[in-house]
Design a binder for this molecule. Structure first.
Ligand SMILES: Cc1cc2nc3c(=O)[nH]c(=O)nc-3n(C[C@H](O)[C@H](O)[C@H](O)COP(=O)(O)O)c2cc1C
Length: 362
C-alpha cells in the first residue's frame, strides 16, 4: 500500500491517498463560486479527494471577505460547475462547511447578518476587510437557544445543498478556532445552559450537527475536521483537551472520517492517539507532510489518508510531482488571497522530462 494506491471512502473510491486540504483563497466575489474557482479545483483534481475552502452555511456564518457560501440557489449552482469539472477530471470533492462564529468582522457580513459566538467574548486579533483594511475582530453576540437551533437547521440545509450541488460529501469544520471549537473551549464558551460547562455540554453542538447532517445525507458522506491543542485565533489551551476530544471522537463513530490537523504541542500526540482509539473510521492526518513522511505515517498505520495544503497552491499536479519525484514550485504568498487569477490558476504543471529530484519510497 502506498500514497498512490486507491482507497474506498464511504460510497466513493479515491484514486490515491492524497487529500487536498481545505484552503480559503478568497476568490468568491459576492459569496458565489465562479468559473475561476471551477478552473482552480479542476486543475487539482488528481488529488484522491479535494476538500474545498471553508464555506459558510449561512450569512451569519461568514467572517472573511470573498468567502463562499452554500445557502443560496445561486451558490448551489455556482458550486455545481465546480463539482462537475472535478468529476469530469476523475476526482472527488467534499465541501468544508465552516461557521466562523466569533472570528469575523461585521464589515464582512451581508446586510442583516449577525456575528455570533457561544459567549460575547471577542477574539484578540485583526481581520482583513475589503472596506477598511485590517480591523480588530468584532465582538460577537452570545447565541440564544434559538440561535443554536437555527445553526443546526442551517447545517442540515447546507448538507442537503451540498448534495444538490454535486458534492461527494461534507466536512464539518470543527478545527482552527471556528464555531465548534469555540464551543469546546471553556475560556471562550462561558455558557451556563446545556451547551456550556462540562465537556459533554461543550462538545454537544458538533455532535448534534454531525448527527443531523448524517441523518440528512448519510453518515458515509459526513466527515469532521478537528485540531486539538490549537491556539490559533486566540484559543487558550484548557485542562481537559484529551478527554474532550476522546469524547467527541467516540460520539462521531459511524461518520466517514475524522481529519486531524497536527500541532507541536506536547499533548497533541496523546490526544491524537485517544481520538484514533475512540473513532475507528478513516483517519486523515495533516500538517507539514512531505510525500516521504506521508508514506511513513501510512506504513505505520497511523492514518489511512494524508492531506496536503500549501503544496497544492503552486503545484496543481502535486500528485504527479510526488509520484515522479519532481521539484515543487514555490507559492507567491502575496497573491494567496486574491483577488484574481494571478497566483491562483496560473501555476503551470511540471514540464515533462524535468530531472527527478528524489525517489518516493514504497
Ligand atoms: C491559504 C490557506 C488557507 C487555509 N484555509 C483553510 C480553511 O478554509 N479551512 C481549514 O480547515 N484550514 C485551512 N487552512 C489550513 C490547511 O488546511 C492546512 O491545515 C495547513 O495548510 C497545513 O497543511 P500543510 O502543511 O500541508 O500546508 C488554510 C491554509 C492555507 C495555507
Amino acid at each position: 500500500m502506498t500514497l498512490f494506491s486507491s482507497y474506498k471512502l464511504g460510497r466513493i473510491t479515491l484514486a490515491n491517498r492524497i487529500v487536498m486540504a481545505p484552503m480559503s483563497r478568497s476568490r468568491a466575489r459576492g459569496g458565489t463560486p465562479n468559473a475561476l474557482m471551477r478552473d482552480y479545483y479542476q486543475q487539482r483534481a488528481e488529488a484522491g479527494l479535494i476538500i474545498t475552502e471553508g464555506t459558510s452555511p449561512s450569512p451569519n456564518g461568514l467572517g472573511f471577505p470573498r468567502e463562499a457560501g452554500i445557502y443560496s440557489r445561486e451558490q448551489v449552482d455556482g458550486w455545481r460547475q465546480v463539482t462537475d469539472a472535478v468529476h469530469e477530471a476523475g476526482g472527488h470533492i467534499f465541501v468544508q462547511v465552516m461557521h466562523c462564529g466569533r472570528v469575523g468582522h461585521v464589515l464582512n457580513l451581508p446586510p442583516g447578518a449577525r456575528l455570533l459566538g457561544p459567549s460575547a467574548v471577542p477574539a484578540k486579533g485583526e481581520m482583513f476587510t475589503d472596506a477598511q483594511g485590517k480591523q480588530p475582530i468584532s465582538t460577537p453576540e452570545e447565541m440564544t437557544a434559538s440561535d443554536v437551533a437555527q445553526v443546526r437547521r442551517e447545517f442540515i440545509q447546507a448538507a442537503r445543498n451540498a448534495i444538490d450541488a454535486g458534492f461527494d460529501g461534507i466536512e464539518l469544520h470543527g478545527a482552527n478556532g471556528f464555531l465548534f471549537e469555540q464551543f469546546f473551549n471553556p475560556h471562550v464558551n462561558r455558557r451556563t445552559d446545556g451547551y456550556g460547562g462540562g465537556l459533554e455540554h461543550r462538545a454537544r453542538l458538533i455532535v448534534e450537527v454531525a448527527r443531523d447532517c448524517a441523518e440528512a445525507i448519510g453518515a458515509d458522506r459526513v466527515g469532521v475536521r478537528l485540531s486539538p491543542c490549537n491556539t490559533h485565533v486566540d484559543m487558550p489551551l484548557h485542562d481537559d483537551i484529551p478527554e474532550l476530544y476522546a469524547h467527541v471522537a467516540g460520539q462521531l463513530r459511524g461518520l466517514v472520517y475524522v481529519h486531524l490537523v497536527g500541532n507541536s504541542h506536547e499533548a497533541w500526540t496523546g490526544t491524537a492517539a485517544r481520538i484514533r482509539g475512540a473513532f475507528e473510521g478513516t483517519l486523515i492526518t495533516n500538517r507539514g507532510f512531505t510525500p516521504e513522511s506521508a508514506q511513513s505515517v501510512l506504513a505505520a498505520g497511523q492514518a489511512e489518508l494524508v492531506a496536503f495544503g500549501s503544496p497544492f497552491i503552486a503545484n496543481p499536479d502535486f500528485v504527479t510531482r510526488a509520484r515522479e519525484g519532481l521539484p515543487l514550485a514555490q507559492t507567491r504568498m502575496e497573491l494567496l488571497h486574491g483577488p484574481g487569477a494571478e497566483g491562483y490558476t496560473d501555476y503551470p504543471r511540471a514540464t515533462r522530462g524535468e530531472p527527478a529530484r528524489r525517489e518516493v519510497p514504497g
